[in-house]
Design a protein around this ligand. Structure first.
Ligand SMILES: [Zn+2]
Length: 299
């Protein structure tokens, strides 16, 4: 349970930020019809197709009206499909507000399973009403892959196993050449890996390798958090994670304890200035990798 308190703290900080009126939603245009929206919480992807609009993730509920207003500047068509990259509240909090009769909510099956458990807990604690609970849940789920066709565009959803959680999907817009990686990529900073929800360092690195097989040097990447990225940055990022994993594995093999590894600033110092100033500190990344390498995956 070691990871829960700081993550809950992070989520409550982000929620508090989302509730303030000071959050601005900004747009990055990544391809002809594909956009990244940034506000508070996970980055949103919008694809305006010939017939249909696709939305990837929806941040926190208090931001929904602002997000809807921004989307109307991109298209007057309704959102046909809303995809959740995974179950965390900074990516799914807006589900009840966006899940209208015009919109179909899609996610990997473990996202529904976890949202169901978390949502039911909120209902019994009177933090969510029954109606929002039903609209929170994905209506179509898949196990490994799902493909959508829209005119010239092909939209591929593919599941990566035990990466950031046990329900992560990436979404690749083939002709637009844009990949939304959800929280399997924290561009420019150390990643959060939710070990209590089925995440693991090995799955995280494997997710990057799968993404690298799909994309090319022109691909625009929407990370779950951070600025838009590309293949060479992702290649560099996976090298760093592999190096950190090896450094921690060597410490484990040498019999070092979690506390020793957590407190040994020298282990990751060559990367800390660049990657360790976000919400996952150098100490936290060493802890996450150590715990992941020494414990079975939790589901
Ligand atoms: Zn997440």
């Amino acid at each position: 349970m070691r990871n829960i308190p700081s993550f809950l703290l992070l989520l409550s900080l982000l929620t508090a930020q989302a509730q303030s009126n000071e959050v601005d939603i900004t747009i990055d245009t990544l391809a002809q019809n594909t956009y990244m929206l940034t506000g508070s919480g996970g980055n949103i992807g919008i694809y305006v197709g010939k017939e249909k609009v696709y939305m990837i993730d929806d941040q926190f509920a208090p931001l929904s009206n602002k997000i809807k207003a921004i989307i109307t500047t991109l298209t007057d068509k309704p959102i046909s499909y809303l995809v959740n990259t995974h179950m965390h509240g900074d990516h799914t909090g807006g589900n009840p507000n966006f899940n209208t009769s015009q919109t179909v909510l899609v996610a990997q099956q473990n996202v529904r399973k976890r949202l169901k458990i978390n949502g039911a807990e909120k209902v019994s604690a009177n933090e969510m009403d029954e109606q929002d609970y039903e609209k929170l849940l994905p209506e179509i789920t898949f196990s490994d892959d799902l493909t959508f066709y829209d005119g010239e565009e092909t939209v591929m959803l593919f599941h990566v196993h035990n990466a950031h959680t046990d329900g992560d999907s990436m979404i690749y817009f083939v002709n637009e050449n844009v990949l939304h990686m959800g929280d399997t990529y924290f561009s420019g900073r150390y990643p959060y890996i939710d070990l209590n929800s089925g995440g693991s360092i090995n799955g995280y690195i494997n997710a990057h390798k799968k993404a690298l097989l799909v994309i090319d040097s022109e691909t625009k990447i929407i990370p779950g958090h951070g600025r838009p990225s590309n293949k060479s940055e992702l290649e560099n990022y996976v090298k760093i994670l592999e190096d950190i994993k090896q450094i921690i594995q060597d410490e484990i093999s040498a019999g070092k304890s979690l506390a020793e590894v957590k407190n040994n600033n020298g282990l990751t110092s060559k990367y800390d200035d660049q990657y360790g100033t976000g919400f996952i500190s150098p100490e936290r990344i060493r802890e996450i990798v150590y715990v992941s390498l020494t414990s079975p995956i939790k589901d």
